[in-house]
Design a protein around this ligand. Sequence first.
Ligand code: GRF
Length: 203
Amino acid sequence: MSRRIAVLISGRGSNLQSIIDAIREGRLDAQIALVLSNRANAPGLERAREAGVEAIFINPRDYADRDAYDRAIVAALRRRQVDLICLAGFMRLVGAPLLEAFPFRILNIHPSLLPAFPGLEAQRQALEYGVRISGATVHFVTSELDGGPIILQAAVSVLPDDTAETLAARILIDEHRIYPEAIEVVLRGAWSIEGRRVKIGNW
Ligand code: GRF
């Protein structure tokens, strides 16, 4: 696998920033070939441009349906010879055209210890459920929402006076650490999948 990656965003882009920083600091050996957003005003687009990275908005409203939109994304990624896609707060379901074009080449970061609390507002779900430990998960994207094989996780304690916001902020610190790490692991290529288990090196 070459080391040209794309980062797909919808908003703030703090995970995108952590990837940019990891590349700058030599912790991640990769090149961001494209940042793509489904929202015109995603602040992450500006972060990318500030870092000298090409950043584009592709408007879902310009396409008849989800498949057509996903095909447009595939075309944009192929044009830039991207071979690994990192979803970083990309608030859309990834459909078949994208999954089939990049099998086991799409990663996502989710703010819970999957398989607990998939979907939206994972930190609020964890808090309301009453778990004592939550965290962050980087996983391969499959057709199952937040359900693909797990690459790396980090555990974060839930504190008695946490709100969804304070818990989210602490989980985010670990997200920023493990996402670049997981991308480096996948790009290095010393992994395989057995059933649902991602084997990394001897582990
Ligand atoms: C993160 O919490 C990530 O885990 C989730 O969406 C949020 C995106 O934040 N998928 P940011 O845009 O990277 O700051």
